[in-house]
Design a protein around this ligand. Structure first.
Ligand SMILES: Nc1ncnc2c1ncn2[C@@H]1O[C@H](COP(=O)(O)OP(=O)(O)O)[C@@H](O)[C@H]1O
Ligand code: SF4
Ligand SMILES: [Mg+2]
Length: 401
């Protein structure tokens, strides 16, 4: 990047020339990617595939989701691979901005396009009939049958997720009606009342006629859960579902989600920055850092044998009942600049456990237990290398090499 002497030292400074180059590049690459998507959409062979393991609902395979912004390419999700097995809860944890929501938005094809694009990898969704859909290339007409129907989403802020000018009943009805156009009005209302009952709303007939502002935060989130479950989805994505709620209500909502998951035979992708939330609920845990997965495994492996220095730091910074500490642990330093990620371990500049290999390339994925995988050089001699998260070279992508 050309930097004038005046601006030297200011890493956020971009010259006019550089800015024009970025804008031109973004225009070209997003046009190319949109064209490729449109072509892939037309041919079912390009978006139908097979699951690697039919017991999974979703398989993320080296997914790269980038945003082409005015300051450069933000690699929000960069080579992410993990599975969501049937009937299980997978917790995705990491600090704010590490790519959790972008991962779920890529799965729902709800990225802000054209600036946000999945530039590499596959997201396989199990259709249940022996085939899978690659969400990355799936056309809208396929996505409309999946989104809200087979995969549904619960957001952090129930007040913004609900429409303030429609009654609760109408909003839950709409979710059922959209995916069951042949259902009669009476049956739809009956189903809505059943759903309100299922999510623990006692006065279901009364709530059916109410507007969102007449309900408490916890009740609104229950309504959002009812909407998400209206079509008995195979996967529920819950993105920080309890962050906006009082602590006492948080536990109730998590218990509710867990019991509904079992009743409906669904899986849950539980996204949170709070390790405490996943501790009691998740079967598997995926820890993200700066757009990559740095450790994954069963909840037992992650909570009882955390291996990556970042996961260990997260555990230490979590208050534990009965453990006396002067001050909670604070991971020093900050996440690298997302536009210009280093070519070595992204955690190195904050890491207190560096070894002789850490000056090398980004660490590979090392298997240290049956389902326990960590990206850290400290385990080079203890486990087997099972993969390398792959970035996409966007300059090469544009030139077609
Ligand atoms: N629409 C967007 N345009 C540009 N950058 C974005 C956009 N959405 C998300 N990002 C960037 O992607 C990264 C990951 O964001 P996100 O997945 O929302 O984080 P979180 O883990 O908190 O859910 C962040 O650095 C964020 O700035
Ligand atoms: S690879 Fe090295 S620098 Fe990175 S987390 Fe592991 S020990 Fe720390
Ligand atoms: Mg988020």
């Amino acid at each position: 990047m050309a930097v004038s002497s005046k601006a030297k030292g200011d890493s956020s400074y971009i010259s006019g020339r550089e800015s024009r180059r970025i804008t031109k590049f973004n225009r070209k690459i997003t046009r190319k990617l949109e064209n490729e998507r449109a072509n892939a959409n037309k041919d079912p062979k390009l978006y139908t595939t097979h699951m690697k393991d039919p017991n999974n609902v979703v398989e993320f395979d080296n997914v790269c989701t980038y945003f082409f912004t005015d300051v450069g390419t933000v690699k929000s999700v960069d080579g992410v691979s993990f599975n969501i097995p049937k009937h299980s809860t997978v917790g995705v944890v990491g600090e704010s901005g590490c790519g959790k929501s972008v991962t779920s938005l890529s799965l729902m094809q709800l990225l802000q396009r054209p600036s946000g694009q999945v530039v590499g990898g596959q997201i396989r969704f199990n259709t249940g009939n022996g085939e899978a859909i690659d969400i990355v290339n799936a056309p809208n007409k396929i996505m409309e049958t999946i989104r809200g129907n087979r995969i549904s989403m619960i957001f952090q802020e129930p007040m913004t997720a609900l429409n303030p000018v429609f009654k609760i009943g109408e909003q839950v009805d709409e979710a059922t009606e959209l995916h069951n156009p042949d259902m009669s009005k009476e049956d739809i209302k009956k189903r809505t009342l059943e759903m309100l009952d299922l999510v623990g709303i006692a006065n279901k007939e009364g709530v059916y006629e109410m507007y969102p502002h007449e309900l408490s935060g916890g009740m609104r989130q229950r309504v959002c859960i009812a909407i998400a479950l209206a079509c008995s989805p195979t996967l529920i994505i819950a993105d920080e579902p309890t962050t906006a709620l009082d602590v006492t209500i948080q536990a109730q909502i998590l218990d509710l989600l867990q019991s509904l998951k079992d009743k409906m035979d669904s899986s849950i992708m539980l996204i949170t920055h709070d390790l405490g939330v996943v501790a009691g609920m998740a079967d598997y845990v995926v820890v993200m850092y700066a757009g990559r997965i740095i450790e994954r495994g069963t909840a037992d492996e992650i909570f009882h044998r955390p291996a990556h220095p970042y996961t260990i730091g997260l555990m230490k910074s979590k208050p534990v009942i009965g453990r006396k500490v002067e001050k909670l642990y604070n991971i020093p330093g900050s996440v690298p600049n997302p536009v210009n990620m280093p070519n070595y371990c992204y955690f190195r500049d904050r890491c207190e456990m560096q070894c002789e290999h850490c000056s090398g390339d980004y660490p590979p994925e090392i298997q240290i237990g049956e389902t326990h995988i960590v990206s850290c050089y400290r385990f080079l001699d203890e486990g087997e290398i099972v993969g390398h998260p792959q970035s996409v070279d966007v300059e090469k992508l544009l030139s077609g090499d």
